[in-house]
Design a protein around this ligand. Structure first.
Ligand code: NDP
Ligand code: DXP
Ligand code: MN
Length: 388
C-alpha cells in the first residue's frame, strides 16, 4: 500500500507512520506545518517524492530537506496518486485538502473531524462528483463504522458515542481556576493540544456528535453520548430490533488508523454505507478478558460542561452554525492555552458566537465567510472579557 499523509508531524500523523513502518507501506507524499526537525527525519526514513510545509517555513524547508520536492500546498499533496490519503491535520485548515482529495477520486482516511463537522453534505457531494471514498479514523467513528459493516443504516435506532469525561470528569466542581497544564493531561489518550483541551471541555464529544451525524446520515436526535471513564468501549449502535452492537479495543489510535487503511478500498461514497473490510495483522496489541476490568457508564454533566450542549445547538441551527462553533472554539482554545481566557470562558465565548451566528445555507463560500466572522467575533468577545 502507498499512502499520502497530511499532518505527518502530529499525534495521528506519527502513529500513521508507525503503522506504515510496521506493515511495510510506502509513502508518496507528506504534509506538515512547521516542525522541520521531525519532517526531515520522516523524509530520510520514508523517502516521499514531495512534501508540503507551512508557507512561513517554506524557504527554510527547501534549504534543509534534500532529495525531495518541497511545496506549500496541502491540496496539491492531497490529490497525488496513492492508495489512500490520510488527513491528520488539526483544525478547519484540513477542510480544503479533504475536498480536493475526494474530488480527485482518492480514498480518504479522515482524522480531521472539522471537515465533516463543518461541511458534511458538501464533502459527500465532492466524493460523489470525483468518486472518492471516506473512512473515519476518529476512535468513536471507526467504532460505529465497524458495527455498521453488514448492516443497513435504516435499521439504526441510535448511535452512542463514549466520552472519557476528560481530566476534570470527577472535579473540581468549579473549573474557573484550572490551568492549561491540567487541562492537557488527558486520562486515557496522548493527543495533540487542541483536541486535548476539547476533551477537557467535552466539546470534542460535541464535535464528534456532529461528525457522526454527517458521516452516517443520521439525525442529531439519534446520536447520544455516554461518559465511559475507561475509554475501552469506543461506540455502540442500538438497532431497531433492540440489539446493541459495541466496538471495544485498547486506547491506542494505531488500531483505528490501521483499520482505516484496511477499509480505504471499500470506504463510503455516501453516508452510512461501509463496504466489507479485509483486516490486516495486529499493530497495537489487543484486550484480553482479564484486562477488560470494570466498564462504567454515566450521563454527561452539562452544567459543568456546557460545550457539549452547544454543539447540539449548533447542529440544530444548521447551515454555517457548526462552522462558527468550530471557529470560536479554535480561537478560544488558543486564548486559553496562552493564558488570555479562563477555562469556562471557552464555552462562554462559543455561546456568545452562537447567539449571533447569521442564518446562512451551507456552501463553500458561506463556510469561509462564517469562519472568518466567527474568529473575528470571538477575538472581540475575549478582548471585551466576555461574562456569563
Ligand atoms: N490525536 C488523536 O488521538 C486524535 C485526533 N483526532 C483528530 O485528528 C486531527 C489531528 O489531531 P492531532 O494529530 O492530535 O493534532 P496535532 O496537533 O498533534 O497535529 C496536527 C498536525 O497538523 C499539522 N499542521 C498544522 N498546520 C499545518 C499546515 N499549514 N499545513 C500542513 N500541516 C499543518 C501539524 O504540523 P506541525 O506540527 O509540523 O506544525 C501537525 O502535523 C484533529 O482534527 C483531531 O481532532 C481524532 C481522533 C483522535
Ligand atoms: C482517541 C479519540 O478518538 C479522541 O477523540 C478521544 O475520543 C478523546 O477522548 P474524549 O472521549 O475524552 O473526548
Ligand atoms: Mn474521538
Amino acid at each position: 500500500m502507498r499512502l499520502t499523509l497530511l499532518g505527518s508531524t502530529g499525534s495521528i500523523g506519527t502513529q500513521t507512520l508507525d503503522v506504515a513502518r510496521e506493515r511495510g507501506y510506502t509513502v508518496a507524499a507528506l504534509a506538515a506545518g512547521r516542525n522541520l526537525d521531525l519532517l526531515d527525519a520522516q523524509v530520510r526514513e520514508f523517502r516521499p517524492e514531495v512534501v508540503s510545509v507551512a508557507p512561513e517555513v517554506l524557504a527554510d524547508a527547501r534549504a534543509r530537506l534534500s532529495g525531495v520536492r518541497v511545496v506549500s500546498d496541502t491540496s496539491e499533496i492531497a490529490v497525488l496518486p496513492a492508495d489512500v490519503t490520510v488527513n491528520a491535520m488539526s483544525g478547519l485548515i484540513g477542510l480544503e485538502p479533504t475536498r480536493a482529495a475526494l474530488q480527485a477520486g482518492r480514498s480518504v482516511a479522515l482524522a480531521t473531524k472539522e471537515a465533516m463537522v463543518t461541511a458534511g453534505l458538501l464533502i459527500w457531494e465532492a466524493a460523489q462528483v470525483g468518486g472518492g471514498r471516506v473512512v473515519p479514523v476518529d476512535s468513536e467513528h471507526t467504532g460505529i463504522y465497524q458495527c455498521l459493516v453488514g448492516e443497513r443504516v435504516e435499521d439504526v435506532a441510535e448511535l452512542i458515542l463514549t466520552a472519557s469525561g476528560g481530566p476534570f470528569r470527577d472535579g473540581p466542581a468549579d473549573l474557573g481556576g484550572v490551568t492549561p497544564a491540567q487541562a492537557l493531561k488527558h486520562p486515557n489518550w496522548d493527543m495533540g493540544r487542541k483536541i486535548s483541551i476539547d476533551s477537557a471541555t467535552l466539546l470534542n464529544k460535541g464535535l464528534e456528535v456532529l461528525e457522526c451525524a454527517s458521516l452516517y446520515g443520521v439525525p442529531l436526535s439519534r446520536v447520544r453520548v455516554t461518559v465511559h471513564p475507561q475509554s475501552i468501549v469506543h461506540a455502540l449502535i442500538r438497532f431497531r430490533d433492540g440489539s446493541l452492537k459495541a466496538n471495544l479495543g485498547p486506547t491506542d489510535m494505531r488500531l483505528a488508523i490501521a483499520y482505516a487503511l484496511d477499509a480505504a478500498p471499500t470506504g463510503m461514497q455516501a453516508p452510512g454505507q461501509p463496504g466489507t473490510v479485509r483486516r490486516g495483522p495486529e499493530v497495537a496489541g489487543h484486550l484480553g478478558w482479564p484486562l477488560l476490568g470494570t466498564l462504567e457508564f454515566r450521563e454527561p454533566d452539562l452544567q459543568r460542561f456546557p460545550a457539549l450542549a452547544q454543539a447540539y445547538r449548533a447542529g440544530e441551527l444548521g447551515g454555517v452554525a457548526p462552522t462558527a462553533l468550530n471557529a470560536a472554539d479554535e480561537v478560544a482554545v488558543d486564548a486559553f492555552l496562552a493564558g488570555r481566557l479562563d477555562f469556562p470562558g471557552i464555552a462562554r465565548v462559543i455561546e456568545g458566537v452562537l447567539d449571533e451566528v447569521p442564518q446562512q445555507a451551507l456552501g463553500w463560500d458561506a463556510i469561509r465567510d462564517a469562519d472568518a466572522w466567527a474568529r473575528a467575533r470571538t477575538h472581540e468577545l475575549i478582548a471585551a472579557g466576555v461574562r456569563a
